[in-house]
Ligand binder design. Sequence first.
Ligand code: ACO
Ligand code: ACO
Length: 155
Amino acid sequence: MKNLNLQIELVVNPSETVLELLYLSDPSKVHINSNLRSGSCYIAKVKSEIVGVIVLGNINSNTTEIKNIAVKESEQGKGIGKLLLRYAEDIIRKSGNKKLIIGTGNSSIGQLALYQKEGFEIESIKKDFFLRNYDEIIIENGIQCKHMIVLGKKL
Ligand code: ACO
Ligand code: ACO
């Protein structure tokens, strides 16, 4: 991974630019707003340009969930997503929590690859999660997104 000169910082009131990035990870404004209300939002900048975002939410005193992660489309595939995941791990480890989880759709082939390369392991499947919680049909990689695959990593 080349040196990306990434600066990551906590934001309390995410700007419209950050919200637009978050919608790449989840088309539901309701879900995004709920995640932002209950979680912590970190943005990644290169110089002054916002290139990525990650939202973390505590599930209990042991486990934190990565609720959303997104990288600006023109900057994807350059290692920013990996750095955001590693940054999240550092924060959670320092907070004393022992486990990080992340959920993604059955159709999200690239995301499933990334999370497993970063040491997350598949733990469970929430059957029909996207059918139950979203009004629109989601298709990715020619596959209908129906189920949520939950992956976890011990820290
Ligand atoms: N097969 C194998 N490996 C793959 C594939 C594939 N089909 N697709 C991606 N990868 C690998 C890449 O090879 C790379 O690993 P490598 O460095 O070992 O080669 C890795 O996945 C991608 O790493 P990054 O470049 O760090 O990732 P990026 O900066 O593009 O960020 C992200 C990843 C956040 C998923 C970005 O693509 C994005 O914003 N996508 C749209 C929003 C989204 O889907 N967010 C996640 C939704 S789930 C959630 O938010 C909890
Ligand atoms: N992301 C998205 N789609 C993908 C990806 C990817 N990373 N990789 C493959 N695909 C899609 C292709 O796009 C294609 O779909 P499309 O026609 O809609 O574009 C489809 O998967 C592949 O279709 P075919 O060309 O018909 O498949 P192929 O003739 O290559 O056969 C097989 C697949 C049997 C898995 C072959 O690659 C193979 O022999 N692999 C090695 C042996 C193996 O792994 N066998 C399966 C083990 S599990 C078991 O045996 C029960």
